[in-house]
Design a protein around this ligand. Structure first.
Ligand code: ZN
Length: 375
């Protein structure tokens, strides 16, 4: 019985991995990209504006009408590299959790009342709870155990989230980097929207419809270079080097992005999920310096497949320097089993690389899951 279940899980895992990560052949006919969909109840006060001091080129599209990166189409490695990777993934069901991040008691009581001190809390993966300028927001929130179209089949979660959704303070807004399942988790977004109907969800172009279909109406779409004024802060949608896909037919139909959240007292940058690219320097020059930058440091092996879409720890340090971050906090590692590198490796390499730069050990943060720091 157990063997049969295991076989089914392996088989379905393989199938899902194949559809999720194999590039679909481009169709000869141009793909019609739907116009960005606005929330049925438009959030008028948040109409995106192009702010002159942050002029960034909007995202290009390829000759199929799909979003692409400024450097053109990115590589996901040869078919043989990818097939070998998927085969290795079958073995991950037996991988040990040795080297996974530690989970510590959270400071939920303090965070619920706090509207004065700037803090960051690592919930796990790319999910941070950030408090600044009297506002509370989440980045790429995922509380699900398995980021997958068919849970529980998919990558395992090594460590439970650092806080429960019920323990969170009131959330003013959420920023989402792109539609991959480990970053855009609909069950979590529905819970957050149900918990507080005022929470606003900021998404890159082409992603609002996904949320609206699930009954989440407070959605604001932005393109690269667009800014929303929200209460006392500015929220900037900015480039990254990545891609999007949730099913066979939607490759790069919706945009991917990083986000800057800028107030009068604190400036925060969330890099999302990205390969290293020259755009970081432009972000730093136009919107830096940042008090804190969250940079992804995991899911970088095999390089032949990941190099253009996921930074390694050394590149993450360089990205933090490029955006002119005073402090870098590591995200996107140790939470889900996504790639080949040893579980314990990303934070070790991140600290070693930062030590050689102006960030040093003090300003390159590797948090425990559930840990809060002031910034
Ligand atoms: Zn991704």
């Amino acid at each position: 019985m157990l063997k049969k279940q295991l076989f089914c899980r392996l088989f379905i895992s393989g199938f899902i991995l194949s559809i999720m990560t194999l590039q679909v052949q481009s169709s000869p006919e141009p793909v019609k990209i739907p116009e960005p969909i606005n929330s049925p109840e438009p959030i008028n006060s948040l109409e995106p504006i192009k702010s002159p001091e942050s002029e960034f080129e909007s995202a290009p599209k390829d000759n199929q009408g799909r979003f692409t990166n400024h450097g053109g189409e990115i590589s996901h490695g040869s078919l043989s590299v990818r097939l070998k990777f998927y085969l290795r993934r079958f073995g991950t069901l037996f991988r040990s959790d040795a080297g996974a991040p530690k989970r510590v008691a959270n400071q939920a009581d303090f965070l619920r009342d706090n509207r004065t001190t700037a803090t960051v809390t690592w919930i796990g993966h790319a999910t941070l709870l950030v408090q600044m300028e009297g506002l509370n927001f989440l980045t790429d929130p995922i509380w699900s155990k398995t980021p997958s179209p068919l849970p529980p089949v998919g990558p395992s979660r090594w460590v439970d989230p650092g806080m429960t959704i019920d323990e969170l303070p009131e959330i003013d807004f959420v920023v989402i980097s792109h539609n991959h399942f480990d970053h855009l988790d609909l069950p979590t977004l529905r819970k957050l929207a149900a918990r507080n109907s005022d929470t606003i969800f900021f998404v890159p172009l082409g992603n609002a419809d996904l949320l609206i279909k699930k009954g989440i109406t407070q959605v604001q779409e932005l393109g690269w270079g667009e800014t929303a004024n929200f209460k006392n802060i500015q929220i900037h949608c900015l480039p990254t080097q990545h891609w999007s896909k949730r099913k066979l037919s939607d490759t790069r139909k919706s945009l991917w992005a990083s986000w800057a959240v800028i107030g009068t007292e604190r400036r925060f940058y969330f890099a999302g999920d990205t390969g290293y690219f020259e755009g970081f320097k432009q972000i730093g020059a136009k919107l830096g310096p940042f008090d804190l930058a969250a940079v992804p440091i995991g899911a970088y092996e095999p390089r032949a497949m990941m190099a253009e879409t996921h930074m390694n720890p050394e590149e993450a340090v360089q990205a933090a320097l490029d955006v002119q971050a005073e402090t870098a906090v590591a995200i996107h590692f140790g939470t889900f089993d996504l790639s080949d590198e040893p579980l314990a490796e990303p934070p070790v390499r991140f600290k070693a690389a930062a030590k050689k730069t102006g960030l040093g050990l003090d300003n390159s943060w590797v948090l425990d899951i559930g840990e809060t720091r002031e910034f």
